[in-house]
Ligand binder design. Sequence first.
Ligand code: ZN
Ligand code: ZN
Length: 256
Amino acid sequence: MLRFASLASGSKGNCLVAEVGGTRLLVDCGLNLRDAERRLARLNLMPSDIDGILVTHEHGDHACGAFDFAAAHGATVYLTHGTLGALGAEGKVIEGVKTVILEKKSLTIDGMEVIPFTVPHDAREPVQFVLSDGAARLGVLTDIGSPTAHVEQTLSGCDALVLECNYDVDMLWSGAYPRWLKERIAGPFGHLDNGQSERLLGALDCSRLKHVICAHLSQQNNRPELARAALARAMGCEESWIGLATQEDGFGWREA
Ligand SMILES: [Zn+2]
Ligand SMILES: [Zn+2]
């Protein structure tokens, strides 16, 4: 059985937990140590229950707490060469923490299959993940400027998807952000808007999907109902069926 939950989702911090049998991995840890520990308790987990942390890329909202958590609780950090180099340059790598370099192939960590896949985003060597217990597949996709054929192929046929809906195009361009930042967010190495996520979801094989959750919503440039409506259009389902990952609460346990 594969189950998953989120501790937080958004530009102030991202952290998801996936569990197969007795193996629990975090996808990103963009929370400080205390906050991560407190939020794990909400999911009835102890920090020592976490075996490893898969880091998608070096941006602070994904990686700021990864090494602190791993050092405090004996977890292994899994990341690409590029992400390790970028975090090292920022002084965020803690000596003595066990690290495993992710290659462009799947690996199995204590019964959980982890498939890293490359995405276009303005980081050194960003990846996102599909996680599996050998039967059900959970696809996680945030922090990507534009979907690629590789991304579509990798996410097709998943049982659960956590999908970035970062911004609404009109809200972003009419909003208060400086022009350079709007261009970065909307650019090919920025983030997905609701419409891009809708089109991506519409292009996937959704026949097995039991969960679709919008994630990494901008608090300034998006509204939950817009994101949900976009993904519901792609699925041809009720908006209430589409899940929502929030900054403060993430979302509770779901079974893929
Ligand atoms: Zn992010
Ligand atoms: Zn990022």
